[in-house]
Design a protein around this ligand. Structure first.
Ligand code: NDP
Ligand SMILES: O=C(O)C(=O)[C@@H](O)[C@H](O)C(=O)CO
Length: 278
C-alpha cells in the first residue's frame, strides 16, 4: 500500500486502507473513468458489488492502471439472489471473472436477507473461498448483532468486516460496540449520508470554516477518528480528490461531541431486518 494511506489491521492480519472509493450507482461504462480518477488521486481500495453491475468497469480501470496488484484492495459483494452454498461459489466466480482478478481482497455477504434463511450456508461458501486462497478476507454487510450471533453458532471464521450504513445521522452505537467486542472492523457505507442535508448542517459548516476544510472532509474526518473504514463515492474528480484529503488535520473532542449531537437514527437505506429483495 502507498505509505501515506492509513490502514486498519483486520482480524486475520490483512491490512485494509481506512479510506476507499465506492461505486454504487455508477453505470458500468462510467465506472472505469471514475475508478481511474480515484487511483490517480491516490485511492487504492475500491468497493463494488455484483448488484452494482459495474465490476467489469472496475476491473478495466485496475488493469489499465498498471498499479501492482499487491498495492490494490478490492472488495465485492454477494447479492441476495445468489445466497446459498453452491450459488455463492458460482456468483463469486462470476464477480472474480468480471473483475479480471486472480483473487479478491474482501468478499462480503451484501445483506443478511433474514427471510431467505440462507446466510449461514452462504458464509460456509465464503469460508471455502478462504481455504481455496481466492479471497484474502471475508466479511458481511448490513448484519445486526442478532445475525452475527446466529452466524457465530456454526462459523469457523469470524467476519473480518461488517459494512453498515453509518454517518452522523445514524451513528450505530450498538452495532459498532458489538463489532468491536468481537474483533470485527466496522466499515461505513454512505459515509456522507449521500451528500445531502448533513453537509449543510450548521455545526458541520462551522467546524469546516474554522479548520479551512470542506463539510465532506469534516464528516470523513469524524469517521476516521471513530476508527471506522470509509468508502465515499463521487464521480466528480475534484470531490474524489477532496474526499481523500481528510488526513492532515484533527477534530477536537469538542468537535466530536458537537457532531455526536446530530444522531437521529435516520437511515438513507433499508433496515437490515426488513430487506429481503432477491
Ligand atoms: N453495503 C451496502 O449495502 C451499501 C454499500 N454502499 C457503498 O458505500 C459507498 C458510498 O455510499 P453512497 O451511497 O454512494 O453515498 P456517499 O455517502 O458516499 O455519498 C455519495 C454522494 O455524495 C456526493 N458527494 C461525494 N463527495 C462529495 C463532496 N466532497 N461534497 C459534496 N458532495 C459529495 C456524490 O456526488 P457525485 O458523485 O455527483 O460527486 C454522491 O451523490 C457506495 O458507493 C458503495 O460502494 C452504499 C450503499 C449501501
Ligand atoms: O448500494 C448498496 O450496496 C445497496 O445494497 C443498497 O443501496 C440497496 O441495494 C438498495 O438500494 C436498497 O434500496
Amino acid at each position: 500500500m502507498p505509505a501515506d494511506l492509513p490502514t486498519i489491521t483486520l482480524n486475520n492480519g490483512v491490512e485494509m486502507p481506512q479510506l476507499g472509493f465506492g461505486v454504487f450507482q455508477v453505470p458500468d461504462d462510467e465506472t472505469t473513468a471514475a475508478v481511474t480518477a480515484a487511483l490517480e488521486a491516490g485511492y487504492r481500495s475500491i468497493d463494488t458489488a455484483a448488484a452494482y453491475q459495474n465490476e467489469a468497469g472496475v476491473g478495466k480501470a485496475l488493469a489499465d492502471s498498471g498499479i501492482d496488484r499487491s498495492d490494490l484492495f478490492v472488495t465485492t459483494k454477494l447479492w441476495n439472489a445468489d445466497q446459498g452454498y453452491d450459488e455463492t461459489l458460482k456468483a463469486f466466480e462470476r464477480s472474480r471473472s468480471l473483475l479480471g482478478l486472480e483473487y479478491v481482497d474482501l468478499y462480503l455477504i451484501h445483506w443478511p436477507a433474514p427471510a431467505l434463511g440462507k446466510y449461514v450456508d452462504s458464509w460456509r461458501a465464503l469460508e471455502k473461498l478462504t481455504t481455496d486462497g481466492l479471497v484474502r478476507a471475508i466479511g458481511v454487510s448490513n448484519f445486526q448483532p442478532s445475525h452475527l450471533d446466529k452466524l457465530a453458532e456454526t462459523a469457523s471464521i469470524v467476519p473480518a468486516v461488517n459494512q453498515i450504513e453509518l454517518h452522523p445521522y445514524l451513528q450505530q452505537a450498538e452495532v459498532r460496540a458489538y463489532d468491536e467486542e468481537h474483533g470485527i472492523a466496522t466499515e461505513a457505507w454512505s459515509p456522507l449520508a449521500k451528500g445531502g442535508s448533513l453537509l449543510g448542517e450548521p455545526v458541520v459548516q462551522a467546524i469546516a470554516e474554522r479548520l479551512g476544510r470542506t463539510a465532506a472532509q469534516v464528516v470523513l474526518r469524524w469517521h476516521l477518528q471513530l476508527g471506522t473504514i470509509v468508502i465515499p463515492k463521487s464521480v466528480t474528480p475534484a470531490r474524489i480528490a477532496e474526499n481523500l484529503d481528510a488526513f492532515g488535520f484533527e477534530l477536537t473532542d469538542a468537535d466530536l461531541a458537537e457532531l455526536a449531537k446530530l444522531e437521529r437514527d435516520e437511515r438513507t437505506g433499508p433496515h437490515p431486518d426488513e430487506f429481503n429483495v432477491a
